[in-house]
Design a protein around this ligand. Structure first.
Ligand code: DGL
Length: 280
């Protein structure tokens, strides 16, 4: 069997938290990346706009890289686009959904929080996960408006605003009847890049759930292990695509360039998309 070709999608750099975990688990996989940087942040898009963009971008990128599996490394998109994508592709589509089930399984105080984008906390998908897996605990949903942007800055090597980060995360820390939140699920793929800052600014220690490894395990399960004899591809085989024009002065371009280089992908290049194609 040849090494699997994976396409990882996010609105920005967040999906690289999943790419890093895939690299550890499947070091020989050919990983391509596509970021819908022209529409970032997805957390603020309405459902219809988000679905239209995500389908158009994933279809254009898949046309280019011909993947064996697609990873939607974006919680905000996964709450909406997995069914329409699965209807269009006959390859595995792996999504990223808030880690509510594991958080509810490990809490001892009975208070868990889900730190996500404003879009993810609104979606029926997220509320259905709570009803199914966490009805026995108290769940606080926190739609953070600025954390994804702060993660982009951090990965671009720029200073982050710790006041903004602390303000956005504060609502995740709840006290009730002498108990307090003890587990926070990082339900946006950008947030693991801020984990050490979040932990330092937290009013008390909690367990942070970063689902990247679990997603990588799932990817490995659905595509199988790569053949040890297979030659790995060079950077040219592993493009990093973005929907805005790359610009060395721009935060997202810089962050993507850094992470692409760290993960063995080529320098970011522009992907032209036809947003009419998804309705075909
Ligand atoms: N990384 C994305 C997620 O997992 C969202 C960031 C954004 O708002 O675009 O939800």
């Amino acid at each position: 069997m040849r090494a699997p070709r994976l396409l990882v999608f996010d609105s920005g750099v967040g999906g690289f938290s999943v790419v890093a975990a895939i690299r550890v688990r499947m070091p020989d996989a050919h990983v391509s990346y596509v970021a819908d940087t022209a529409a970032f942040p997805y957390g603020e898009l309405d459902a219809e706009a988000l679905v239209g963009r995500a389908l158009g971008v994933v279809m254009a990128a898949a046309d280019r890289v011909r993947p064996d599996a697609i990873v939607i490394a974006c919680n905000t998109a996964s709450t909406l686009v997995l069914p329409p994508l699965r209807a269009r592709f006959d390859i595995p589509i792996v999504g990223t959904v808030p880690a509510i089930k594991p958080a509810a399984a490990i809490t001892t105080s009975g208070l868990i929080s889900v730190l996500a984008t404003p879009g993810t906390v609104k979606r029926d998908y997220t509320h259905a996960l709570i009803d199914t897996f966490a009805s026995h605990v108290e769940v606080t949903l926190v739609g953070a408006e600025h954390l994804a942007e702060q993660a982009e800055r951090r990965m671009a090597g720029l200073a982050v605003d710790e006041t903004v980060i602390a303000d956005d995360a504060r609502a995740a820390f709840v006290t009730h009847d002498g108990r307090r939140t003890d587990v926070v699920a990082l339900a946006c793929t950008h947030y693991p890049f801020l984990k050490s800052v979040l932990a330092r600014l937290a009013p008390w220690p909690v367990t942070w759930i970063d689902p990247s490894e679990a997603i990588a395990r799932r990817v490995s399960d659905v595509v199988g292990e790569p053949d040890a004899d297979e030659e790995g591809g060079g950077p040219g085989d592993q493009p990093c695509l973005m929907t805005a024009q790359p610009d060395a002065q721009d935060v997202m371009s810089r962050a993507l360039a850094t992470l692409a280089s760290h993960n063995g992908l080529a320098a970011p290049e522009h992907l032209a998309i036809d947003l009419g194609c998804q309705s075909a």
